[in-house]
Design a protein. Structure first.
Lengths: 331, 334
């Protein structure tokens, strides 16, 4: 037996370097708001429409769906897992909701059905990840396809139309204003406040973060890890469903596989939010800011007549940039 | 604790023996259980449908799964090397779309195929850069590349237009996917050759050993002086290359393309690799297993089609397959 391993190289005396010690941490913390400002200046310079009040309201309305879904992802990541099925669950819940309304049920019932469906699919995710201990990415990729199957089953691959006269509340969720503020924004802020409170001001939230930080230590200190992981997936499922209903309300109809394109946007929103202020810790305020970023980008692209598919590329770049900047590389 | 101190050596020995027996039984089930399952399935399906056991149907199954075999070989490289590649389906779709667009613009078929393979290498390099050099977790990194590979498909088809290759003009290229050599369809032969090369590469060459070592214990491999980052690049380049090859074969078989055609093959490939890791080995992905796993999935989908399950059922089925496959394989760690 050798007594010692090879001696570790002595670390150089630390010199403050501008790039890695000043600029990088600054970008980590403030990169997303700076990005938002740059985007705003850029789009405002390109088109005069961008800064109009109606368009700004449009932006926050567009961001609302993505932000709600990204809230859900925030819970899942806070507990140390990941979820790829978010767009598919949102889309399926939206389609189920509109289907129920198309059968003549009132909006409240439809919303309830959508939320229950979201919770159920989230529970399956939670069961697979927490109880069966399947890798979270694999389990949720599988769920993505299962949810899409359900989506096609109900929507028959086309649109589900809703009699909007019979359901004024439904359209209001996506399109109406309360005073000057869109109802969608009020929903996002209220849900965000509840989520923020839940994650920051309750034992539940502290335990969730503890599990995300170090699952084993959390387990050894007596937290029921399985239960919390499960709960976070269920909460996430409900939030995806709210986002999905918001999406269908904005469109005024259920659309088959509408959740597909949201996947990249929501993950980008979450990833941009993680870097904001806290550098690597998922939190609701950050997700809100990230959602705004993605909404502004989508809106600006639409105004500049850039086709939707360029957003795939920009979300990819945003995710990689945010994740590699944030230092939360090991997920 | 007190009990085991009181018991003598003999009892301990007996306990050890019974433990070993249990382990051996478990290993037996682990190694051959899946094979038995496949046989049972084949028997069941041949009772349920008279068409199932015909030669034509089997050649049909093999032709259908040929692109998946190629893509799943790529995924095997990524997983064996300790990574993962969620962008495979999108990369294959990109190759499918790119090769048809190039052909329709009058590029020589060989050049078009080479260009697509080059695109696969480039996208693989991007994966390697993100996951190897930037050190982003492979799940997140390759997920981003999934979107990165989806955008260009719409760009080169001007918004997702369906491309179709007229049979008269592109007979040579379409032969890659639809012709026969002797009784065997060409795509099956291509997939077989690629799988064979991959198998030899992974089990008989130094680079292959290094990839396996890196997947086993990355830190130890680094300490042994193997350039980890370069090997991370390599596994993603290989998986990108194979995904593109699969995409090209698919384009030839379909004689055309549509955006995101091969996206769902990601799931088939994942299920195939994880099922394959339970064939003849206990939870280690290997090429032979991957090929058999892919064929197994092909049999299942074929059976489902023969039994007349509707379109949405396929989605549900694919999702379930991944759950079951991953549970079977017991590769639970990340």
């Amino acid at each position: 037996m050798t007594e010692t391993a090879a001696p570790l190289p002595q670390r150089e005396r630390h010199r403050t370097r501008f790039g890695s010690d000043i600029l990088l941490p600054f970008l980590r913390k403030w990169g997303t708001p700076i990005g938002i400002m740059i985007l705003c200046v850029f789009f405002a310079a390109q088109t005069s429409i961008f800064m109009r009040t109606t368009n700004l309201l449009n932006i926050v309305r567009q961001s609302a769906t993505i932000t709600l879904i990204a809230y859900g992802l925030t819970f899942v990541v806070a507990v140390g897992q990941f979820d790829i099925s978010l767009g598919a669950i949102a889309g399926t819940a939206g389609v189920f909701g509109t289907y129920v309304m198309a059968q003549g049920q009132p909006f409240a019932v439809a919303l309830l059905v959508a939320l229950v469906l979201g919770a159920a699919l989230g529970a399956v995710n939670g069961f697979a990840v927490a109880r069966l201990r399947i890798n979270d990415f694999l389990a949720t990729v599988a769920m993505m396809f299962v949810a899409q199957g359900l989506d096609i089953l109900v929507s028959k691959g086309t649109n589900v139309f809703v009699d909007t006269n019979a359901n004024p509340d439904f359209l209001a969720l996506g399109q109406a204003n309360w005073g000057a503020i869109p109802i969608a924004v009020i929903v996002v802020l209220m849900v965000g406040f509840v989520c923020h409170a839940l994650l920051n001001w309750t034992t539940f939230g502290h335990r969730v973060y503890a599990i995300g930080e170090n699952r084993r230590v959390a387990f050894l200190s007596g937290i029921r890890v399985t239960r919390y992981v499960w709960l976070c997936f269920i909460i996430a499922g409900v939030l995806y469903a709210v986002g999905g209903m918001m999406l269908t309300a904005r469109l005024g109809a259920g659309k088959a596989l509408a959740g597909g394109p949201i996947l990249g946007d929501a993950i980008a929103a979450y990833a941009l939010g993680v870097t904001f202020l806290k550098g690597g810790k998922p939190h609701i305020l950050g997700t809100l800011v990230g959602g705004l970023f993605v909404g502004i980008m989508a809106n600006g692209f639409t105004l500049l007549n850039v086709p939707f598919y360029y957003q795939f590329i920009t979300s990819a770049i945003a995710i990689v940039a945010a994740v590699s900047l944030s230092g939360s590389k090991k997920k | 604790m007190a009990l085991s101190e009181m018991t003598g050596d003999a009892i301990n020995e007996q306990r050890l023996i019974s433990q070993r027996r249990q382990q051996a039984a478990r290993a037996l089930v682990g190694r051959y259980g899946t094979l038995v399952g496949i046989l049972v399935l084949i028997l069941l399906l041949s009772f349920l449908s008279p068409y199932f056991l015909t030669l034509n149907n089997w050649l049909n199954i093999l032709t259908q799964v040929a692109p998946v075999i190629i893509i799943a070989c790529g995924l095997t490289f990524a997983i064996v090397g300790g990574g993962f590649d969620l962008s495979l389906g999108a990369q294959a779709s990109l190759a499918t779309v790119a090769v048809t667009v190039l052909l329709l613009n009058g590029v020589h078929p060989i050049l078009a195929i080479l260009a697509c393979l080059a695109v696969g290498i480039v996208v693989g390099t991007v994966n390697g850069f993100i996951c190897g050099t930037l050190g982003v977790a492979p799940w997140v990194g390759t997920l981003a590349v999934l979107f990165l590979a989806t955008g260009p498909q719409y760009i080169i088809t001007e918004g997702g237009r369906v491309q179709s290759l007229p049979r008269s003009e592109y007979a040579g290229f379409i032969a890659l996917g639809q012709a026969f050599i002797g009784p065997i369809p060409t795509p099956v032969i291509i997939a077989g050759i690629i799988a064979l090369i991959s198998h030899i590469f992974l089990t008989r060459t130094r680079i292959g050993y290094h990839i396996v070592a890196m997947g086993g214990d990355r830190q130890a491999t680094a300490l042994a002086g193997i350039p980890i980052t370069a090997y991370v690049w390599l596994i993603y380049i290989l998986s990108g290359l194979l995904a593109s090859a699969g995409g090209v074969v698919l384009a030839a078989r379909l004689a055309g393309s549509q955006v995101r055609t091969a996206d769902a093959y990601l799931l088939d490939a994942i299920a195939a690799v994880y099922i394959g890791s339970t064939i003849l080995k206990e939870g280690e992905p290997h090429i032979l297993g991957t090929v058999m796993g892919t064929i197994f999935i092909g049999i299942m989908s074929n059976g489902i089609t023969l039994l007349g399950v509707p379109f949405w059922g396929e989605f549900l089925f694919r999702g379930m397959m991944v759950f079951v496959a991953v549970m079977l394989s017991g590769i639970r760690a990340k």
